[in-house]
Design a protein around this ligand. Structure first.
Ligand code: SF4
Ligand code: SF4
Length: 88
């Protein structure tokens, strides 16, 4: 397997109404892969993938969300291309 290939978990806001825009998730990310856009989180998934594939599973952002608004979903990266992995 290439270094930049594999399965990883990365955050999305699952319950937008629960998010209080506290930005705890933004600050919890060790590589600053999360930022606030216009009313939503923008995740640099390539950076997230590279970190998780190198360091192992990372739950920092989801663990920081005391509102339970954030969840991690499964993604695949192949040659820098990100795809969400859905269950059949
Ligand atoms: S899973 Fe880790 S590296 Fe990825 S966005 Fe969350 S805190 Fe950052
Ligand atoms: S930590 Fe949770 S409540 Fe705070 S900004 Fe992130 S998603 Fe929203």
């Amino acid at each position: 397997m290439k270094k930049n290939e594999g399965i990883f978990y990365s955050p999305i806001i699952k319950f937008i109404s629960a998010c209080h825009k506290c930005r705890a998730c933004v600050h919890a990310c060790p590589i600053k892969a999360i930022e606030w856009g216009v009313g939503e989180l923008i995740v640099n998934r390539v950076a997230c993938a590279q970190y998780v594939l190198k360091k192992g599973e990372c739950l920092n952002c989801a663990a920081a969300c005391y509102r339970g608004a954030l969840t991690l979903e499964k993604y695949k990266i192949t040659d820098g291309k990100i795809e969400k992995v859905t269950l059949d």
